[in-house]
Every structure is written in C-alpha cells, then in structure tokens.
Design a protein around this ligand. Sequence first.
Ligand code: HEM
Length: 522
Amino acid sequence: MTLLETLIENRWPLLAGIIALYVVRKLLQYRKVSRFGGPRWTSITKIPHNMRIFTGDAHQWYQDISEKYGPIARVGPNSLITSNADVWLHVNTKPGYKRSDWYFKACRVEYQRDHIFSQTDTKLHDERRKQIAPGYSGRENLELESSIDACLLDLLNLIRTKYLTFSSSAPSTPVASMDLSKKIQFFTLDVISAVGMGRPFGMLRADADIDSYVRSSEEGLRIATAFTGLGLAWLAQAPLLGRWISPGPADADGFGLMMGACFRIIDERVRVLETEGDREKGEEKKRRDMLASFVKHGLRGADLKSEVLETLIAGSDTTAGALRAIMLYVMGNKRVYAKLQREIDEAVREGKVSADWEGIIPYATAKQLPYLQAVIREGLRVFPPVRNILPKDVPPGGDTVIVDGKPVFLPEGVEVGYSALAMHRDKKVYGEDADLFRPERWFEPDHEKLAAMTKVNDLTFGHGKWQCLGKNVAQMELNKTLFELFRYFDWAIAHPSKPWEIFNTMGIFVINDMWVQVTPRE
Ligand code: HEM
C-alpha cells in the first residue's frame, strides 16, 4: 500500500488528530494570556488585531484597549501591549528579551536579507549596531549639520520663489496654496540621502518626486500593511515566491528603481574611498559622512547597501510625520504660534542667530530656546510618529515585571509591545489635559513630576539597545526646520475642516494633501 493510500484510508482519524492538536494548542495559548484583559476573541485569534492593522487604525485600537483593560493588556493569542513606561523600559533593557518575528516579516525590504531594524538575532543586531552607531552620531559624521542646512536652504528658497501666497513684489497677486506634506517629504528625503549617501536626491531643487520614490514608498508601505493585515506578510520572505515579490535593484520601476539608483551611488562612493592616490577624487575621499564611517567600520557590499537603504527608510517618513504634525498643531493654536514666533524673533534680535538669509540656526543655539524645545517635546508626545507596538519576545522561562507595585508574570512564548498613544497621553503622568497640545506643561516647576514626564516622553524614540539610531539627526532636523519656517513665514491651514489625509502604515503615517497658505514675514 502506498503512503497516499494509507493516508486516504485513515483520513478521519488523522483529521480528528489534527483538530485535537489545534484545539490543545489554542487552549495552551489561551491559558497563557487569558489572565490579561483584552477584547474577547484576541485570546484565541489574531484576526481582530490584523483587521485593525488592515484598516489603518490599530494605534487608536491599542489606546482604547489600554484605557479599558489596564497597563498590560491582550491584543492577540501571544501578544500583549503595555502603556506602563517602567514595563516598557524593563522589556527594552533586561537581557533575554529579543525582537519578535514581526520585525523581519514586516520590515525586511530585500529578500531574505536583514538590516539593523529587521534583525531579530540580538547578537548579530548588537554587532551591527556597533559598526554603524558612530556614523549616525555627530562624532564621525562631521557633515551632518551642514548637509541639513543645505537642504533647509533649498526648502526655504523653494517656498520663497514659488509658493508664497502673496509675493512681496506683487502683493495683490494670489498664488496657489502649497501642499506642505509633499514639500516636507522632499526635504526629509533630501536630508537623509545627503546624510546617508553623501548626495541629496535633489527633490527640493526639482520640486518633484525624482524616480517616483515618494509614490513607490507609499505604495510599498500600503501593500506591506495590507499583507500584514491579511496575515500574509511572511509571503515576501517565502522561498522562491518571496524573491519574486520583494523589490530588487534591477526593477524598472517602484521601490526597486530607487534601490538601484542608491546602490549605484554607494558603489561609486566605495570605489572612490578604496582607490589609492586618486587625485581628482581627493575631496570625495576626505569626506567624513555616514557612508565613510560605515566603510571605516568594515561594512562592505550587500551589508553596506542594506544599511544605507534602511537609513533612507527609517529616516524619512518618521521625521516627516513629526514635522507635519508639529506644524499643524502650532498652526491650530494661536497662543503657541505667537509665543514660538516671539522667542524666534528675540533670538534673531539678540544676535544669537545670523540675520543673513543664508544663516541657518546652529543646532546648539536652537537647543537653548526653551519654548522651541517644549513645542518639539509636546508635538512628539501628542503625535508620536512611530506607533507600531514594536514587540519584544519574553525570555525563556518567563519574566516578572512590577506594575503599580505588584508583580505580574509574563509567560514565555508571549511578546510584549508598546501602546504609544495610551503611554504618551497617560493622564496619571500628564494630567487631565493629556490629550491637548500644551507646550507649557514642559515648564512644570515640580522637578520630580517633570522628570517622570520626560522619562515617558523620551520613549518616543525607543530605549536601550534598540533605541532609535537617528534620534540626533531627527532632533537636528526638527529644531532647525521649525525655527526657520516660523522665522521667515506665516502659516495658515488652507482647509481647516480637513487639514490632511492620514493613514497608518506599519505604525508610521502616510500623510497627504496638507494644503497651506504661506505669507512672507517682514
Ligand atoms: C521623529 C523621528 C523618529 C522617531 C520618532 C523614531 C523612532 C524610532 C523608534 C521608536 C525606534 C525603536 C524601535 C524598536 O524599539 O525596535 C527606532 C529605531 C531606529 N531608527 Fe528611528 N525614529 C525617528 C527618526 C529616525 C531617523 C531620522 C533615522 C535615520 C537617520 C532613524 C533610524 C533608526 C534606526 C536605524 C533604528 C533601528 C535601531 C536598532 O535597531 O538598533 N530614525 N526609531
């Protein structure tokens, strides 16, 4: 009798066995997470969670769940979220926790190839982080600030020359309003390509989506979100099929086209860096930027390309989201707007900043402006730009955390994630008006309370060995850009009843149609 015939003959006992195994597995899963509160079906199925990812409102769902079920709540059969900052600090610090499979299933770009963010093997992650961290920091990236300044000048010039609602030379001639969401995206992409590869894409100068990168990355994010929501994210890494689905540098369009363009720039830079005594390229060789630092620390070939590509992905939509949101919150609040501009004008008047058109505020000076700092902190608090749960697996044998003074056991085989909105708008930490944008809260006179608020707020950039490597880059961009945009221009939302189109893709936000009117300040 062949194997097939044996299987067919015993099909009913076999089927019963499979069903029994499935039920036992579900019961075991249920036992693990049933002691944590959460929506009814989440203890046995991922479907409710996946549905929320698919519809783009998972961040809101997490907040509602945390508020209803408490500081550690259930969102799936193996999945918990926490709104308690101490628990999240613990999970991101204690040895033994590791990044969950979500990271590579959802965040790998190239087929079967990891970058720092998708790497779930902690040892490999830590080794790679050592190699690339100096390049992200200002220490080995001496061109960081000047690269940002150059792109910011391009942004200011683009607005001055093309998008002022009333030009000063012809004050009665109205000009079309400007889609701020696009210009900010061009800006963050130019910055990150200049910082990461040593050459800006040039989107601001062209005032165009060069090589359709913006369109294809938005499409890529939406497709990844739909696949994850349908529980099919693993397909992109599946043998054979994955190779066909994942973008590659030889593609004629989409994300792959941009990959190809970046990889060619990287190849050229590496060739120059490694050629000895090439006089013509002497200046190129002397450069002290991120790519030079990566190469100095031994990154080569496909690894180098993956890390540079990851810089572009991690560094554009995140900062763009923060900038757009802070602009929107300030435009919508007359008191904050006036106070911020007053602080900016005073800094210029007191000579802290060059009054020259081309003199962008130094980062060190911007950090000394207290209200600007409060606006940035508050913007990141009410609108955390990264809102995925960023799940980490509980170590073998489980772990105990302390919540409100009581021990809570987290079983092995469960992942713990972060409930961003619930944490950053926690009324116990920030008071009854935690949902409101009020930068003044950062002038809290009670030092202990202020320290507690700051500790929570810092978690918008993650913590510990997985903390955002681009925090310094992002902060520099936010500080300089907000200062200069409010120094030179006045801003108004063009359509207050619908200020933008926004959709959560994989925890970061695709934002479009943010139309504004910009007028020059005298
Ligand atoms: C406001 C802007 C930004 C926010 C809110 C943000 C937030 C985060 C968060 C929360 C994580 C930690 C993820 C985890 O726990 O697993 C992270 C990781 C990371 N971010 Fe950012 N980020 C921002 C901007 C940037 C920029 C501009 C860059 C690049 C220049 C960047 C590069 C990275 C990288 C490479 C990682 C992975 C670190 C690792 O795995 O060790 N981010 N970011």
